[in-house]
Design a protein around this ligand. Structure first.
Ligand code: NAD
Ligand code: UD1
Length: 383
């Protein structure tokens, strides 16, 4: 126990247990005669949330929301697709820092250690590989990273009895949708190894509550599968965002790189779809809205009405936006030019995909609040 005298009759006592610091402001008159009384005055630390892949695009934005909500945040990331700088910026934005562990979620010993040294209230599992094209070229790496990391993580969680999980899934699990908008109980399928890895993980996680039933445990699994639609944008500070080091995978970085002059023009894939203007329609969601969805899911898991077993939630706005609408909004709001040409359809693309996010609204008390203008403004601000 360390003490620091801050006023004539008051001291701050702090005690550090397993890297958690508990503090109390104590009247000095109480200090010696009533030690037990002093301990009662300690504000126990807020719950700890483990965030795997927390240095990445969606993870870093989620850390901000968790820290602002008062959680203690522990991040594990191997920095394969990110850098520690994003976590420093998270600290600048929030005035609070996360505890960072550089490591791989597939490292069994490390995960065991993390769970035995920390009392983890819930885990958000972002860590993984996410590029569809790359997954077709190197499927084994995708199955190894995405599936194995989830397996090792869940084993460590089960061993520690820490069974609240939020998993990063994707709208890609709906495959080629037959009807729109997409609700969570529509048929699932995969069209590439990345999507298949998400689907396999979802199925694997669905087996866990079944095992709870057999064991008749009083500490069951509670799992939220968050199916993201198309995340875009960045924190309004412009200091964190998506930073594709290679060729981008998604539309928005292609737009920003064209606007900034790194590319001469944007290729719009397909102008003959049965949509509002012939170009592909998607449900773009601001990454800050998405991050808030994770906070809501964690709060739900930790509430009395927690999730029973496994539940899937669509995180989208429910609005379909075409590629041309997106390009026009970007150019108008940011007062920049985005030269484009209409080219052939991209193989594997669907005409339209957007969410019905009613379940997230009803059960998580979450809905997307940011507009298309916010998305294009913040994407440009970050670029
Ligand atoms: P990202 O690449 O920015 O973040 C993933 C983070 O995980 C990175 O920091 C990376 O270094 C880390 N990582 C990867 N493998 C790891 C491992 N084995 N151990 C430890 N750290 C590891 O990606 P993102 O856009 O923030 O996506 C996060 C999650 O959301 C992923 O699971 C992704 O599949 C899913 N998702 C993303 C999108 C999207 O469009 N961005 C859409 C749907 C689902
Ligand atoms: C991609 C992923 C999907 C993932 C989703 C959200 C593929 C095949 N699928 O799908 O698994 O769940 O992101 O992260 O990558 N477009 C252009 N020009 C471009 C880039 C894109 O016109 O240079 C169009 C596409 O044809 C599409 C729209 O923009 O109509 C959105 O594309 P993209 O950002 O790649 O997302 P998805 O196709 O939804």
């Amino acid at each position: 126990i360390k003490s620091r005298r801050i006023m004539p009759y008051k001291v701050i006592l702090s005690i550090s247990i397993n890297h958690h610091v508990y503090c109390a402001l104590v009247d000095i008159n109480d200090y010696f005669p009533a030690y037990r009384h002093i301990l009662k005055g300690f504000n126990m630390h807020s719950p700890t949330i483990l965030v795997t892949g927390g240095a990445g695009y969606i993870g870093s934005h989620t850390c901000i929301e968790l820290l602002n909500a008062g959680f203690y945040v522990l991040v594990i990331d191997n920095l394969q697709n990110s850098s520690e700088e994003s976590l420093k910026r998270v600290a600048d934005i929030t005035g609070k820092s996360v505890t960072f562990i550089k490591g791989d979620v597939r490292d069994k010993e490390l995960m065991k250690e993390i769970f035995s040294e920390n009392k983890i209230a819930a885990t958000i599992h972002f860590a993984g590989l996410k590029a569809v094209g790359e997954s077709c070229a190197m499927p084994l790496e995708y199955y190894d990273n995405n599936i194995n990391s989830t397996l090792v993580l869940c084993q460590a969680m089960e061993k520690a009895g820490s069974k609240n999980l939020v998993f990063s899934s994707s709208a890609t699990v709906y495959g080629d949708p037959e009807t729109l908008p997409l609700t969570e109980n529509m048929p699932l399928s995969a069209t590439n190894p990345y999507g298949r890895s998400k689907l396999i993980i979802e199925e694997m996680l669905r087996d866990l509550p079944e095992s709870d039933k057999l064991k008749k445990t009083d500490n069951p699994w509670s799992v939220a599968l968050l199916r993201y639609f198309n995340p875009v944008g960045a924190h309004e500070s412009g200091s964190i965002g998506e930073d594709p080091s290679d060729i981008p995978n998604n539309l928005m970085p292609f737009i920003t790189q064209t606007a900034v002059g790194r590319r001469t023009e944007l290729s719009i894939f397909g102008s003959d779809y049965d949509t509002v203007d012939g170009t592909g329609v998607r449900d773009y969601i601001h990454v800050v809205d998405l991050a808030r969805g994770h906070l809501k899911a964690v709060q739900k898991l930790l509430s009395k009405e927690s999730i029973e077993g496994v539940q899937a939630y669509n995180l989208g706005t429910g609005n379909g936006i075409s590629v041309l609408e997106m390009v026009k909004a970007f150019a108008e709001v940011n007062n920049v030019k985005v030269p484009y040409k209409l080219v052939e359809r991209r193989p594997g693309d669907v005409a339209a995909c957007y969410a019905d996010a009613t379940r997230a609204k009803m059960e998580l008390d979450w809905e997307a609040g940011m507009s298309l203008d916010d998305m294009v403004r913040d994407s440009w601000n970050w670029q």
